[in-house]
Design a binder for this molecule. Structure first.
Ligand code: XUL
Length: 518
């Protein structure tokens, strides 16, 4: 029997699976979309924004579980899940799941078929999970930073300055504003460790890749940092899971998945990680040298780094294959592209065709592409800013071009801020098929752009590869089989000079519109 390995990615908008069979190089995918398939939760693209405070954004762990049941049913309808030898997963980073018992997962694994969500309800001390899009914790970030002894300590210890979406600030907010919830909570999981716990039917560890997105880990010694814990909330150490390497075997698949879903007894579960660290693996980018750009709900720019190299505008996470990765997250990703495209009255084909038959110009026209508040750089915005041209005089195609150019210029500026000057770029995420985004990335970074062929969900693929590696498969061989890089676009002539100029102009326009130091 050929061995198969399952990876599942719990992203903001959907849950997706990749099953790989290394021997035959087969990959089998399925996904469930939260908004479309589970409309009863009332999310927009998997998230809910508070009507009273647009900075407050959450999702529902019960919805994630209901989607998981649907996903496994879809997978099992045309794949024999008893062939799966090991499972791993990935989750949107920073989201926290609040539980009133450390024994919840044993009980959840006794649920009747299709009832994971229902079984979880009595164990959730909070029905909502704050997610990475939440930016409501500026006050808590300031308090944590002050109590820990300043920004330099937080950055140098945890790899990031205190960030609104990171779990420490979210925990402090709940401790301060919902003390009874904090009091009643016995375990605070990340999306990834929560899902891992559901799979193995017991309390699973947080891995170093995703754990680094909490502002609570000392990334040098790889333990919870006492000063950061204390600065965040009292008795926090008792409420957090243990920490494990991303490659750790954490258990075997629970009764639920054996009895109701067709998995074999003894199927191994490997630690889950964050979606970005998992993508690093699924893109075949886990060794230093190239950079990945993920074009999704958020856009992210990330690259492996053998050294621990914190930088103020960026984050350091654990690289699941060892060492570290540096990441910058842009909140104005696909949702901003969609909103802007609609606002200029173009359909996707026209928007995406905006660089066809066009040679980049060394002009001083810019669109600062922020349809809503941005985190990289940190600024408040509700509409893109036109600089060096007026909105009314701009043709839709030119506006599309300058918007995309603005996203890439901003990305390059932030990447340079953390010392990243990639020689090769790998594109992933829902928008990675876009001709315009790929061409513009190649031109602005002056580097060739590649994609990977087989599956579009690199986080799920990375999880499946890690599951296989946990059972002895060779990661390099898996990369060759599943992540062959396909050349997509090359930088066009004279782009190096043009964009060296436009980078300075964009920086100046940013500074004058938002007073940012980026
Ligand atoms: C990374 C981040 C996002 C989420 C999206 O820091 O906040 O990329 O992981 O899923």
């Amino acid at each position: 029997m050929k061995d198969a390995f399952l990876g599942i990615d719990f992203s903001t908008q959907s849950v997706s699976a990749a099953i790989i069979e290394p021997e035959s190089a087969n990959a089998h995918c399925a996904s469930v979309n939260f908004e479309r398939d589970l409309p009863q939760y009332g999310t927009a693209a998997g998230a809910v924004t508070s009507a009273a405070n647009k900075l407050e954004v959450w999702s529902y762990p019960a919805m994630w579980l209901e989607a998981l049941d649907m996903l496994i049913a879809r997978l099992g309808s045309d794949f024999d899940l008893s062939k799966v030898r090991a499972v791993s997963g990935a989750g949107q980073q920073h989201a926290s799941v609040w539980l009133n018992s450390v024994n919840a997962f044993k009980e959840i694994s006794a649920a009747p078929r299709g009832a994971l969500a229902q079984a979880s309800l009595s164990f959730l001390s909070r029905e909502r999970a704050p997610i990475w899009m939440d930016a409501s914790t500026a006050a808590e970030c300031a308090q944590i930073t002050a109590a820990a002894g300043g920004e330099a300590y937080v950055l140098d210890t945890t790899g990031s300055i205190a960030a609104e979406r990171f779990t420490a600030a979210q925990i402090r907010k709940i401790f301060m504003r919902e003390p009874h919830v904090y009091e009643n909570t016995r375990r605070i999981h990340l999306n990834s460790s929560f899902m891992c716990s559901v799979f193995c039917g017991e309390d699973a560890p947080v891995d170093l890749g995703d754990g680094a997105g909490m502002n609570l880990l000392d990334l040098r010694s790889k333990i919870w940092d006492a000063r950061m814990l204390e600065a965040t909330a009292p008795n926090l150490a008792y409420k957090l899971p243990r920490i494990a390497a991303s490659s750790a075997a954490v258990g075997e698949i629970s009764n639920y998945f054996q009895t109701h879903c067709g998995f074999a007894r003894g199927t191994k579960v490997c630690a889950f990680t964050g979606d970005n660290p998992s993508s690093l693996v699924g893109l075949g980018a886990s060794r230093a040298g190239c950079a990945a750009i993920s074009l999704g709900t958020s856009d992210t720019f990330f690259c492996a780094n053998d050294n621990f190299a914190p930088a103020a505008g960026a984050h350091v996470f654990g690289n699941p294959t060892g060492g570290f990765m540096n990441l910058i997250c842009f909140r104005n990703g696909s949702l901003a592209r969609e909103a802007f495209k609609n606002s200029i009255g173009l359909d996707w084909a026209a928007f995406d065709g905006c660089f066809a038959n066009y040679t980049p110009l060394c002009d001083d026209k810019y669109i600062l592409p922020f349809c809503f508040d941005e985190i990289s750089p940190k600024l408040s915005s509700c509409a893109p800013v036109f600089a060096g041209l007026t909105r009314t005089q701009t043709q839709p195609i030119e506006a599309a071009r300058l918007f995309i150019e603005g996203q890439m210029l901003n990305m390059r500026l932030c990447a340079a801020g953390m010392g990243a000057h990639p020689l090769k770029i790998i594109l992933t995420g829902g928008a990675s098929k876009s001709e315009a985004l790929a061409q513009c990335a190649a031109d602005v970074f002056n580097a060739p752009v590649y994609t990977i062929g087989l599956t579009h969900n690199s986080a799920a693929l990375g999880a499946a590869m890690r599951a296989a590696a946990s059972q002895g498969a060779d990661l390099k061989a898996l990369e060759e089989t599943f992540c062959a890089h396909k050349h997509f676009k090359s930088p066009r002539q004279n782009c190096a000079e043009i964009y060296a100029h436009k980078l300075c102009g964009f920086k100046a326009a940013l500074k004058s519109a938002f007073r940012t130091g980026a």
